[in-house]
Design a binder for this molecule. Structure first.
Ligand SMILES: Nc1ncnc2c1ncn2[C@@H]1O[C@H](COP(=O)(O)OP(=O)(O)OP(=O)(O)O)[C@@H](O)[C@H]1O
Ligand SMILES: [Mg+2]
Length: 318
C-alpha cells in the first residue's frame, strides 16, 4: 500500500529525510517512532504530496507521489499533528466542510458523516463547537475528518499525543478497528509504548535515517541480542534510617560484575548497572547489608525498548 524507495528531503543544509526505504502492506498498522525532528512529519507530508522529495520515489496504492496528486489525495487520509480548528464551527459543519472539499455528493454526506461519527464515538458531539471539545475528542475528530472520503491509507501524525491514559485507550481501539477494516495505517509517535499494543510493525527513525523496521517482537529480540554485553540495572532503595547511599557506593565498586553505581542521597537510591545479563543479583544485597545498608526495596529497572534500541543502534552506526 505504501512503498518508499530512497526518499530524501533537505531543508537548506538540513537533511530532514535521508534515503528512506520502507514498505507497508494492506491492513498493516505501522508505528513510526522517533524523537523530535527525526523526519516523521516530513515523511507523511511527502506521502500526501504536500511537499516534494529531492530524491527517491514513493507510491501509495500504486500511485506515484510524483505523478497524479489527485489520485494520492483520494487514497490517502493525512491527519497533521495539529488540528486546524476553525472558529465557531460545529463538529457537523467541520465534517461537512471536508466532505464538500472531497466532493462527496451532497445527498451522501449525512450518511457518511453519521457513520464516521459513530466510528469515532462522537455522535453525541455532532452539534457541539469544535473548540469546545476535549483534546481526546479533537484528536478523534481529526481521525473522523480523514475518514470522510474513505481512504485506504491513513497517515496519522501523533494521534495519541497529549491524551490522558483513557483517551489513549480509546484512540488505540479506534485505530485497531481501522486496521481490522483493512486500512493501512502509518501512525507516528515519540514513544513506542504509546503505540506498541496496536502496531503490527514499527520503524524507528532518527535524524532522517531509518534505524530499524520490522515486527515489534523482532525488535525486542534484536535489542536483547545486541544488549548481550549489557546487564540489567538494579535499583535499591534504602530505609530512612540507613546510612546514605553515597557512603555505600564504595562497597560495590571494584567488583567486575558491576559496570557502574550511581547513588542519590536525595532519593535514597542506588542504581547498580551489572556487566552481564542473567547473573545472580544477590551479591548486591549482601554487599550493601554488610556495609550497614538497610534495604527498603530491591528491583530491576525495565529497559524501555525505544531507549535501548536507539542507544544500541546509533552505537552500532557510529
Ligand atoms: N518547512 C520546513 N522548513 C525548514 N525545516 C524544516 C521544515 N519542515 C521540517 N523541517 C526540519 O526537518 C527536520 C525533520 O522535521 P519533522 O517535522 O519531519 O520531524 P518529526 O519527526 O515530525 O518531529 P516532531 O516529533 O517534532 O514532530 C527538523 O529538523 C525540522 O526542523
Ligand atoms: Mg512531527
Amino acid at each position: 500500500m505504501i512503498s518508499i524507495k530512497g526518499l530524501s528531503k533537505s531543508f537548506g543544509p538540513l537533511k530532514a529525510l535521508d534515503d528512506l526505504t520502507l514498505e507497508i502492506g494492506p491492513g498493516e498498522v505501522f508505528g513510526f517512532i522517533g524523537p523530535n525532528g527525526a523526519g516523521k512529519s516530513t515523511t507523511m507530508k511527502l506521502l500526501s504530496c504536500l511537499i516534494r522529495p529531492d530524491a527517491g520515489t514513493a507510491s501509495v496504492c500504486g500511485h506515484d507521489i510524483a505523478g497524479d496528486a489527485g489520485a494520492i489525495r483520494r487514497n490517502v487520509g493525512y491527519m497533521p499533528d495539529f488540528l486546524g480548528v476553525y472558529d465557531d464551527l460545529t463538529v457537523d459543519e467541520y465534517l461537512q466542510f471536508f466532505a464538500a472539499a472531497f466532493k462527496i455528493p451532497r445527498k451522501q454526506r449525512a450518511v457518511t458523516i453519521g457513520s464516521v461519527l459513530e466510528l469515532t464515538d462522537l455522535v453525541e458531539k455532532r452539534h457541539a463547537l469544535v473548540d469546545s471539545l476535549s483534546r481526546g475528542m479533537q484528536q478523534r475528530l481529526g481521525v473522523a475528518r480523514v475518514l470522510v472520503h474513505d481512504p485506504k491509507v491513513l497517515l496519522l501524525d501523533e494521534p495519541a499525543s497529549g491524551l490522558d491514559p483513557r483517551a489513549r485507550i480509546e484512540m488505540r481501539s479506534l485505530l485497531l478497528e481501522l486496521g481490522r477494516m483493512g486500512k493501512s495505517l502509518m501512525v507516528s509517535s515519540h514513544i513506542l509504548s504509546e503505540l506498541a499494543e496496536m502496531c503490527t510493525s514499527i520503524g524507528i527513525i532518527e535524524r532522517g535515517r531509518l534505524l530499524y523496521s520490522g515486527s515489534i517482537e523482532d525488535a525486542y529480540q534484536r535489542t536483547r541480542a545486541m544488549g548481550g554485553s549489557q546487564g540489567e540495572c538494579v535499583v535499591v532503595t534504602l530505609e530512612a534510617d540507613s546510612p546514605p547511599p553515597s557512603t555505600l557506593e564504595a562497597s560495590l565498586a571494584g567488583d567486575d560484575r558491576v559496570a557502574s553505581v550511581k547513588a542519590s542521597d536525595a532519593d535514597r537510591t542506588l542504581r547498580v548497572h551489572l556487566t552481564t545479563p542473567g547473573i545472580s543479583r544477590h551479591f548486591v544485597i549482601e554487599r550493601l547489608a554488610a556495609a550497614g545498608g538497610r534495604i527498603a526495596s530491591f528491583g530491576i529497572e525495565e529497559i524501555k525498548l525505544e531507549d535501548a534500541f536507539l542507544k544500541l543502534t546509533t552505537g552500532a552506526l557510529q
